[in-house]
Design a protein around this ligand. Sequence first.
Ligand SMILES: C[C@](O)(CO)[C@H](O)COP(=O)(O)O
Length: 251
Amino acid sequence: MVRLAVDGLIASGAVHLVVVVVPAELVDAASALLSSTSLTGDSMPPVPVRVVVGGAERTDSVRAGIAAAPDAGYYLVHDAARALTPPTLIARVAAELQAGRPAVVPALPVVDTVKSVDAAGAVTGTPDRALLRAIQTPQGFDADLLRRAYATDLAATDDAGLVERLGATVHTVAGDPLAFKITTPLDLTLAEAVLARRRDAPADATASLESAGTPEAASADTTTQLATADSLPGGDSAQLSRSADRSEVAK
Ligand SMILES: C[C@](O)(CO)[C@H](O)COP(=O)(O)O
């Protein structure tokens, strides 16, 4: 999953450096796994991949990743668990940063009705589904903004949550069903099916899967969608890829 996630970031053409954050005991294995990953198309320079040690919480790991790329102009924070994220989605997030957005996240409409509950499990409310979005990665940020967010002691389940607490506006772009988080055994079965189908019919596998979610996803997009993968201006952009260190990931 880490390898696929890093390959996707590089294939987007939008990154200059990838920092992979892993538990200490997996540094050697990750380094070996990724040693031949700094590959790009014929006309592009290779993208270096650095492996660094993370921390106990998501925020500790992202903080370590930021420290490993101190000169970046932009950061894309990505989950290795979203290993099948299409490079076009990564490029879409990067393009919005390039266009001047300080914080950009991929979003999909929510298909289930969502309820809040109290500690006893009793329903306390039903938020309007039309106003909800499921948020994916990579999440893109102006580097100074993300560094400021990480200079605080705030906690959140995603990086955009930290940036929101600073009062910054976070913009959404259309997410992609293929950027789903591979967390449960069922997710893994789906991921394997996607990869098998890609091997058997590379051209139409992704297209048909993407089209299943695209019209609704497009309606969630509050910004212009660009499908090109231009490099970001003004110095390095860095990718922080979370390690697949979740205990619930199926082995
Ligand atoms: C960042 C994220 O993928 C957005 O949906 C999600 O919050 C990550 O959660 P995790 O518990 O760290 O996997």
